[in-house]
Write a protein that binds this ligand. Structure first.
Ligand code: FAD
Ligand code: SIN
Length: 535
C-alpha cells in the first residue's frame, strides 16, 4: 500500500537515509557518520522544525548526587503504569548518563547551579532532581542548536530540506531499500524522486496534529508511523496519547499548536487551583501537583467538566526570578496578555506525546527488514502506558546511538525496489479539520465505547473523501487518517483505564490487560490486530 504520488523523476543514493532532523534523526546521523557511512538526512520543512526545538523542561538522566539509574528506572516504571518493557527501560536509564555526556561533548551547554555544577530540577513523577535544562526553559532549542551545528559541520551528511518522505520502497523480498520523496527545491531535485539506501531510519517525531489542540508543531503529522504501517511494519501502544496537563488556555476555538507551560514550573513550586481558587491535587496523589502527568491531566479534565469552566489556574506568582528561570514561558504568557509573576495562568490539557508508535526492538529495528525507527516515532516500550517527563529527548539520544551501532554491524548490500509497490490511495486535505475535531471530541483525555464508535464512524465517512491530486496537504491528511484509525481501534479494544488511556466506561486497571496491542496493515490495506503480554 502506498500514497498516490507522481512517478519519481530523479534518484539519489546513500548508505543510510535518515528521515527527520530532531534529536533522534540528528543523533543517529552523527553516529552513523562517525562509523564512516554516507548519510542522506531528509527533512520535511526547515532543518530546525520539529518538536525538539520546542522542548522546555529538559532531559532526565541520573547524574545528580544520590540519584541512580535504578531510581530513574523505578520512576519510569511507575509512570508507565505496568506496561513498560523493562529491558528498554534498563537501556534508557543505564545508557542515559553517557548519552548526555556525549551530547555535552558535541557542544550542548546546560544551565549551572551557583556552585558550577549542572543544575538539576524536578518534574512530575520524578522522586529526584534529575532534569538538566538549558536557557532556563529552552532546553530543546539548545539540544537542536548543538546537534545541528555538528551535522552542518560534517560534509559526509547530505541534508535535503523541504523533503517530505512519502513511502518506503520495498524490494522483491519485502525489505526496505529506500523511500520516495517530494522535494520543494530547485534544479534537478524538485518534485517526486526516489532515494535508495541500504537502511532507512524513520525519525519523524510525533503525531500531535491528529488532535485539534496540541503542543506539537505543524510538522508533527505522524508521517513516519503511517509510512511504516503502509510498508507492513507493526505499531504498538498507539492508544497511549499523552495529554500535557498545563497548556496555556487561550480560547477553545484556537486550534493547532498551543503554548506549553512546562511541568518544571510546577517543579519550582507553582500550584494548580480550581475555579474556586482551591488546590485540587492535594489528596489525589502523594506528589500533588507533581503527580505523573496522566493523573494531573485527568484531575484537570474532571475539574473543568464539574465547574463548566474551560480551564483551571496555575499559580506561579511565588516563583522568584520567574522571568529569568522561564524566559520562553514568560514571553508566551505576556504575548497572550498574562503576567505570570502577578497573575494566575489559565491552563488546560492538550495532546502532547505519543507513547506508542512503530514497534522496534532494543536496536531500533522495526518488523520490516532494513527499516529502523527512532525517537517519538518509535515504540521501544520504554514509556509503557505513559511517558515519564523528560524521558523523550533522552530516548532519542540513547536509541539513536544504538541504531547506528546496529546498522554499522549489519548493513546489507543495496537491493533494488520491486516493480510492484502495491495499490495507492489518497484522501482530500479537507478531511483534516473534521478529523482533528472528532478525535478531540471522542478519543481525547477520556474515552468510552460510545465516543470511540462515534469517532470511528466519522473516520469511515471521511475515508470517502478521496482525491486524485497529490499535494503535501493530501499526504499529511492521509497519514493523519491512518493514525487516527489506529488510535481509535486500539482504544476501543483496551477495555480498561491505564496510564494516559482513560475509559469512562472501564475506569479500573485490569490485570487481564497487562498486554500491548499490536496492529499492522496487510498489502491490501486490511488491518490486523493482536495482543502480546508485556514482560
Ligand atoms: P522531532 O523533534 O519532532 O523531529 C521530527 C523531524 O521529522 C522534524 O525534522 C520533521 O520536520 C521531520 N519530519 C516529519 N515528517 C516528515 C516527513 N514525512 N518527511 C521528512 N521529514 C519529516 N521531551 C523531553 O524529553 N523533555 C522536554 O522538556 C520536552 N518538552 C516538550 C515541549 C513541547 C512543546 C513539545 C511539543 C514536546 C516536548 N517534549 C519534551 C517531547 C520531545 O520534544 C519530543 O518527543 C522529541 O523532541 C521528539 O524528537 P524526534 O527527533 O523524535 O522528533
Ligand atoms: C514539560 O516541560 O513539561 C514537558 C516535558 C516533557 O514533555 O517531557
Amino acid at each position: 500500500m502506498k500514497l498516490r504520488a507522481g512517478e519519481p523523476g530523479w534518484t539519489v543514493q546513500a548508505d543510510v537515509i535518515v528521515i527527520g532532523s530532531g534529536v533522534a534523526g540528528l543523533t543517529t546521523a552523527l553516529n552513523l557518520r562517525a562509523g564512516g557511512l554516507s548519510v542522506l538526512l531528509v527533512t520535511k520543512s526547515h532543518i530546525d522544525e520539529g518538536s525538539t526545538k520546542w522542548a522546555q523542561g529538559g532531559i532526565a538522566a541520573a547524574l545528580g548526587p544520590g540519584d541512580t539509574p535504578g531510581q530513574h528506572k523505578k520512576d519510569t516504571l511507575i509512570a508507565g503504569a505496568g506496561l513498560c518493557d523493562t529491558d528498554a527501560v534498563d537501556v534508557l536509564v543505564s545508557e542515559g548518563p553517557e548519552a548526555v555526556r556525549r551530547l555535552i561533548a558535541r557542544g550542548a551547554v546546560f544551565d549551572k547551579s551557583e556552585t558550577g555544577e549542572i543544575a538539576l530540577t524536578r518534574e512530575g513523577g520524578h522522586l529526584r532532581n534529575r532534569i538538566l535544562h538549558a536557557g532556563g526553559d529552552a532546553t530543546g532549542a539548545e539540544v537542536s542548536r548543538a546537534l545541528l551545528a555538528a551535522v552542518q559541520n560534517d560534509a559526509g551528511i547530505e541534508v535535503i530540506e523541504h523533503a517530505l518522505a512519502i513511502d518506503a520502497l520495498l524490494s522483491e523480498t519485502g525489505s526496505v531499500c529506500g523511500v520516495t520523496l517530494h522535494v520543494i527545491g530547485a534544479g534537478s531535485r524538485d518534485g517526486v524522486g526516489r532515494a535508495l539506501a541500504r537502511a532507512v531510519v524513520i525519525a519523524t517525531g510525533g503525531l500531535g496534529q491528529v488532535y485539534s489542540q496540541t503542543t506539537n508543531p505543524s510538522v508533527s503529522t505522524g508521517d513516519g508511523v503511517a509510512l511504516a504501517l503502509r510498508a507492513g511494519a507493526a505499531v504498538a501502544d498507539v492508544e497511549f496519547i499523552q495529554f500535557h496537563p498545563t497548556v496555556l488556555w487561550r480560547d477553545s476555538s484556537t486550534g493547532g499548536q498551543q503554548p506549553l507551560i512546562s511541568e518544571a514550573v510546577r517543579g519550582e513550586g507553582a500550584l494548580l487551583l480550581n475555579h474556586r481558587g482551591e488546590r485540587f491535587m492535594v489528596g489525589k496523589h502523594p506528589l500533588a501537583e507533581l503527580a505523573p502527568r496522566d493523573i494531573v491531566a485527568k484531575e484537570i479534565f474532571s475539574q473543568i467538566k464539574e465547574s463548566g469552566s474551560q480551564h483551571v489556574w496555575l499559580d506561579a506568582t511565588a516563583i522568584k526570578d520567574f522571568r529569568e528561570r522561564f524566559p520562553t514561558i514568560y514571553s508566551s504568557c505576556k504575548a497572550n496578555g498574562i503576567d505570570p509573576t502577578s497573575q494566575l495562568i489559565p491552563v488546560s490539557p492538550a495532546s502532547h506525546y505519543a507513547s506508542g508508535g512503530v514497534l522496534v526492538d532494543l536496536n531500533g529495528q522495526t518488523t520490516v527488514p532494513g527499516l529502523y525507527a527512532c525517537g517519538e516515532t518509535a515504540c521501544t516500550g520504554a514509556h509503557g502506558a505513559n511517558r515519564l517527563a523528560s524521558n523523550s529527548l533522552l530516548e532519542g539520544l540513547v536509541f539513536g546511538a544504538r541504531i547506528s551501532t546496529h546498522i554499522l554491524a549489519h548493513l546489507p548490500d543495496q537491493s533494488q525496489p520491486s516493480a510492484n509497490q502495491g495499490s495507492d490511495f489518497l484522501l482530500s486535505p479537507t478531511i483534516e479539520l473534521p478529523l482533528q475535531l472528532a478525535m478531540s471530541q471522542g478519543a481525547g483525555v477520556m474515552r468510552s465505547e460510545n465516543s470511540l464508535k462515534e469517532t470511528l464512524s466519522v473516520l469511515q465517512q471521511l475515508s470517502e473523501y478521496t482525491t486524485t491530486e497529490p499535494s503535501l496537504e493530501a499526504w499529511e491528511a492521509s497519514n493523519l487518517y491512518l493514525l487516527a484509525t489506529a488510535i481509535v481501534q486500539a482504544a476501543l479494544v483496551r477495555t480498561e483505564s491505564r496510564g494516559s488511556h482513560w475509559r469512562t466506561d472501564f475506569p479500573d486497571t485490569s490485570d487481564q490487560w497487562h498486554k500491548r496491542i499490536i496492529q499492522n496493515l496487510d498489502r491490501t490495506g486490511k488491518w490486523h490486530s493482536s495482543t502480546e503480554e508485556v514482560k
